[in-house]
Design a protein around this ligand. Structure first.
Ligand code: AMP
Ligand code: ZN
Length: 113
């Protein structure tokens, strides 16, 4: 499997792991766009939100819960933060493994598009 996020999740690429459990991993974004920029991913390779089966949708709630935990850990929980899932080409998804961005630590731009 040459998926970069699968390699990070399995420990094949060394890097800082901020959280992991049987299902999810969280790690810092390599090119942060805010003082806090963390990626939360499923260990299972799911190519995008569009590839998520109906049975798998609870994982999105679990990812949001881990994002809340990371926001607390990084001290932005009370300040506000943003969760983003880019999906597909026009959605701006570059890495084809489902991931949620946690962004915070500064006033984020108001416009989404
Ligand atoms: P997206 O555009 O939603 O697919 O976002 C992919 C994100 O992955 C970008 O914010 C990249 O900076 C980040 N990224 C790419 N390669 C790595 C890596 N090896 N480790 C951590 N983050 C990465
Ligand atoms: Zn993968």
């Amino acid at each position: 499997m040459d998926c970069i996020f699968c390699q990070i999740a399995s420990g094949k690429i060394p890097g800082e792991i901020l959280y992991q459990d049987e299902e999810l991993v969280a790690f810092p974004d390599k090119f942060p766009q805010a003082p806090v920029h963390i990626l939360i991913i499923p260990k299972k390779h799911i190519a995008s939100l569009a590839e998520l089966s109906q049975a798998e949708t609870p994982i999105i709630g679990r990812m949001a819960d881990v994002a809340n935990q990371m926001a607390r850990k990084k001290g932005v929980f009370g300040r506000g933060y943003r969760l983003v899932i880019n999906c597909g080409k026009e959605g701006g998804q570059i890495v084809p493994h489902l991931h949620m961005h946690l962004l915070g630590g500064k006033q984020l731009p108001g416009k989404l598009a």
